[in-house]
Design a protein around this ligand. Structure first.
Ligand SMILES: Cc1cc2nc3c(=O)[nH]c(=O)nc-3n(C[C@H](O)[C@H](O)[C@H](O)COP(=O)(O)OP(=O)(O)OC[C@H]3O[C@@H](n4cnc5c(N)ncnc54)[C@H](O)[C@@H]3O)c2cc1C
Length: 409
């Protein structure tokens, strides 16, 4: 390969940078090609609202929750020669929360654990960590080329558009770490899907993950737009969340919604419990004490104690039953009346990508030996809140190791 490198990494997000680091540590001369003018834009964006790097959870718990909280036994094992959900779990058991924390501290970034077990840098931002990481990669001899856009295959070569014109490279090994399909303006635009499909690699269609849902609010909800919904429980299928969420102009969004989003997207009915800390009988008793004297709205306000939850009861609970027992049952199981998920352009992450069966356990493409893949471009999905970044780092490390092993022998 020209440009004096024997290993190529395409995509300078967390997965690609981790692969580059492992390859450099193994003694390879590494070139990282990044399409955007600067690296890791989505990683930096993730830091805007607090970079949730990982969770303070034992690795087996983390590994189980990675696939949406399903118990490990309920996930069918993939054929052992393929990279599947079980292999992903195995990777985060090998490089999981504890190892991510050691890695971040090794870059001089102190961490703290929030009340819900989420782990953040003390400064909350991604930029100090990224700066330290890029400096360490530079010291290790990794060459980063920005504005180098991979444009597909040219026979055995990988073709790039670069500021200096078209470039063709035939590295001994390459790691693709091009990201998924959410927030395309940050770089991961999934333009590679047809090139890999044409090369015989099966790629599952991308769908939004960790996203909001559209809701046609009635005019009465106008004054609630932008308000946070606290102290409720959302559930859909096997998933549930006590997290906060937000009433947005065109729907619902925020952590509590993202945690149940995959089941809601896949057709499970969404259920909102406005009073999760009271059982139906206790709630009915409270409702019956205020019965007769007050309008339904005032009764709800008195019992729910919050205008946002009252507005939601009136919006999604109508027609509200009169009797305390039936009203209590309704308030504990309001239907989430949505009109489908919001699009990929503002989803935190995506589902879909290179399917497990297209990969060896080393994350090498079966159809293109020598070419490895990592990060969100693989077909797995996880709840937000540290699972995504940890899995991207773990798969980047694993693909980098696989590529280094191929190089050495
Ligand atoms: C708003 C927001 C907040 C988030 N917050 C969190 C959080 O707190 N915790 C968490 O765990 N996760 C969070 N995430 C998700 C997390 O940022 C991603 O899962 C992660 O960045 C994916 O890493 P990746 O390396 O696979 O891909 P990416 O980070 O998308 O990197 C892929 C890189 O490949 C480059 N590329 C794409 N195509 C080409 C091409 N043709 N040629 C060359 N280069 C190319 C892209 O420009 C990009 O730099 C958040 C995401 C968003 C959008």
């Amino acid at each position: 390969m020209s440009h004096a490198a024997d290993a190529l990494v395409i995509g300078a997000g967390p997965a690609g940078l981790m692969a580059a680091e492992v390859l450099a540590d193994a003694g390879a001369r590494v070139l990282v090609a990044e399409a955007m003018p600067t690296p890791a834009r989505k990683f930096l964006m993730a830091g805007k609202s607090g970079l949730n790097l990982t969770r303070d959870e034992p690795a087996p718990v983390f590994a189980a929750r990675l696939s949406g909280g399903a118990a490990p036994a309920s996930v069918p094992a993939a054929p052992p020669e393929y990279f599947g959900q079980e292999e992903l779990r195995a990777l985060v058991r090998d490089f999981g929360p504890a190892e991510v924390a050691v890695w971040a501290r090794g870059l001089g970034v102190e961490l703290f654990t929030g009340s819900t077990g989420r782990v953040f840098p003390v400064g909350m931002k991604a930029s100090p960590l990224l700066r330290a990481w890029l400096a360490r990669l530079d010291r290790a001899g990794v060459v980063l080329r920005t504005r180098w856009r991979w444009t597909g295959f040219d026979g055995a070569a990988l073709a790039f558009d670069t500021p200096g014109g078209a470039v063709r490279l035939t590295p001994a090994v390459a790691v693709l770490a091009l990201g998924g399909a959410s927030w395309p303006r940050l770089g991961s635009d999934a333009a590679w899907v047809p090139w890999l499909r044409a090369a015989g690699v099966e790629v599952a269609p991308f769908r939004p993950a960790n996203m909001g849902f559209r809701v046609d609010w009635s005019p009465q909800m106008a004054r609630m737009i932008g308000r946070a919904v606290k102290g409720t429980a959302l559930s859909a299928g096997p998933l549930s969340s006590r997290g906060e969420w937000v009433i947005a102009r065109h729907g619902i969004e925020g952590g509590g919604v993202y945690e149940i989003a995959s089941a809601l997207r896949d057709g499970a009915a969404g259920v909102l419990d406005l009073v999760p800390d009271l059982d139906a009988a206790a709630l009915a008793a409270r409702l019956s004490r205020s019965r007769g004297r007050l309008s339904v709205g005032n009764r709800l306000r008195r019992v729910l104690g919050d205008p946002v939850r009252t507005a939601l009861a009136l919006e999604w609970g109508r027609p509200l039953p009169e009797g305390p027992a039936a009203l209590a049952a309704r308030l504990k199981a309001l239907p989430v009346r949505h009109a489908g998920p919001t699009g990929l352009d503002r989803a935190i992450s995506s589902a879909g990508g290179i399917v497990a069966g297209a990969l060896t356990t080393a994350l090498e493409l079966r159809a293109r030996p020598g070419l490895f893949a990592a990060g969100e471009m693989l077909d797995w999905e996880a709840p937000t809140g540290g699972y995504l970044l940890t899995a991207c780092l773990a798969t980047g490390r694993h693909a980098g190791r696989g590529a280094a092993e191929r190089l050495s022998g």
